[in-house]
Design a protein around this ligand. Structure first.
Ligand SMILES: Nc1ncnc2c1ncn2[C@@H]1O[C@H](COP(=O)(O)O)[C@@H](O)[C@H]1OP(=O)(O)O
Ligand SMILES: [Mg+2]
Ligand SMILES: [Mg+2]
Ligand SMILES: [Mg+2]
Length: 358
């Protein structure tokens, strides 16, 4: 059970909802064809994305019926494809937590396939700066998920434009905080013992990690970023996909900071989770295309978790990420996440290297 204090109930519901959805995605990885479709922007979506979104929104609507939800996916493809819809429905029905009290907190099963489609489409809020809004990425790093690499189920609560609660379901990260970072992981290693965590934070209350279980939530421990005496000792994380973050810019920035260790490339908000628990130090996301606008669900939980673990998160110009402008981070470009004590130094080099490009 989560502790008392502000947002204790929200955290508990978010943890259980993310736990249930993460277990669904694991079942897709192990036993199903993934039902991969290509979206308009050529990015992939799978039955795991749809199923996880349905389950999490159902839980939020049960516990907090008046809250808005900004979620990545929509049900259109499922409405047009009966076979796909039935596959997702089977998955969603099978994804029950073994702990009856937890299932009760989440409101139990969905009523019908049509209710499932309508639930998925409840994630269409336009967001904004007023009131309680949840940001949901049912599978972040879908390409990593398909490769057997890192991916994350991401949920955050914003109140009046500020992130107050963040939860990341990270089924392919090691349970131990200290384990050195490796680039992705092989499919044969997934679901091994000692894999999978739920990392969470509440504003002003620090960040925590716990093992991803099938039964009741495991007890958490608090996590912090690693103290970093010199930036040159840092390990930095970046995207696997070169189209998501400029890997030649990051190499120049690393060299200018005196960093000799190669970057660790991993998909998804696992990067935020990893640096927050001290398994890495810096996360750089450097714009590739001028016209790409980041989505709030790709950053909300990770931003809070890193800041609560002792870090600073800004864009490449040094501005805090602004989650109150709608479904996107339209006022920001890229991400620079680092321990608070060295963020200024890292940002200075990022600005210098990027300005030299112009
Ligand atoms: N051109 C781009 N620049 C930055 N991020 C992108 C770009 N295209 C897609 N993304 C998003 O990057 C996220 C994954 O990032 P990472 O590389 O850190 O794993 C996905 O949510 C993906 O969104 P989408 O799901 O819409 O494809
Ligand atoms: Mg996507
Ligand atoms: Mg994403
Ligand atoms: Mg996604």
């Amino acid at each position: 059970m989560a502790s008392s204090g502000p947002y204790a109930h929200e955290l508990n519901v978010a943890l259980l909802a993310v736990q249930r959805a993460t277990l669904l995605t694991k079942s897709v990885f192990h036993s199903h064809a993934k039902g991969t479709l290509s979206k308009n922007d050529a990015s992939p979506v799978t039955i795991g994305d749809f199923g996880a979104q349905a389950l999490i929104i159902a839980a939020l609507q049960h516990a907090f019926p008046n809250d808005q939800i900004v979620a990545e996916e929509e049900a259109k493809d499922l409405r047009e494809n009966e076979q796909l819809r039935n596959t997702v429905w089977d998955l969603v029905q099978a994804a029950k937590l073994s702990d009856a009290t937890s299932e009760l907190t989440l409101g139990g099963p969905l009523a019908s396939p049509d209710a499932m489609l309508d639930t998925i489409d409840k994630g269409a809020s336009q967001g904004g700066r007023a009131g309680r809004i949840w940001a949901l990425d049912p599978i972040d790093g879908t390409k990593g998920f398909l490769r057997g690499g890192q991916y994350a189920v991401c949920l955050a609560l914003m109140v009046d434009g500020h992130v107050r609660v963040g939860v990341l379901g990270l089924p392919n990260l090691p349970e131990s905080d200290a384990e050195p970072l490796v680039e992705g992981i092989g499919a044969e290693q997934t679901d091994a013992d000692g894999k999978g965590v739920l990392i969470s934070a509440v504003e002003g209350q620090g960040a925590q990690s716990r093992a991803l279980t099938r039964g009741p939530l495991a007890s958490p421990h608090s996590i912090q970023m690693k103290p970093l005496a010199r930036v040159s000792d840092a390990t930095f994380c970046e995207s696997v996909e070169a189209a998501h973050s400029d890997q030649s810019d990051s190499a120049r920035i690393a060299a200018a900071l005196g960093i000799s260790k190669p970057s660790v490339r991993m998909d998804s908000q696992a990067k935020y989770g990893s640096i927050a628990r001290g398994a890495g130090d810096l996360y750089l996301r450097l714009p590739v295309r001028k016209d790409y606008v980041e989505k709030i669900w790709d950053h909300a939980a990770g931003d809070l978790i890193v800041r609560e673990a002792g870090g600073e998160v800004t864009d490449v110009e040094g501005k805090r990420l602004d989650f109150g402008l709608g479904r996107t981070l339209k006022a920001n470009k890229g991400v620079v996440a680092a321990p608070r004590g060295v963020h200024g130094e890292v940002l200075g080099v990022v600005k210098k290297v990027l300005s030299e490009k112009k």
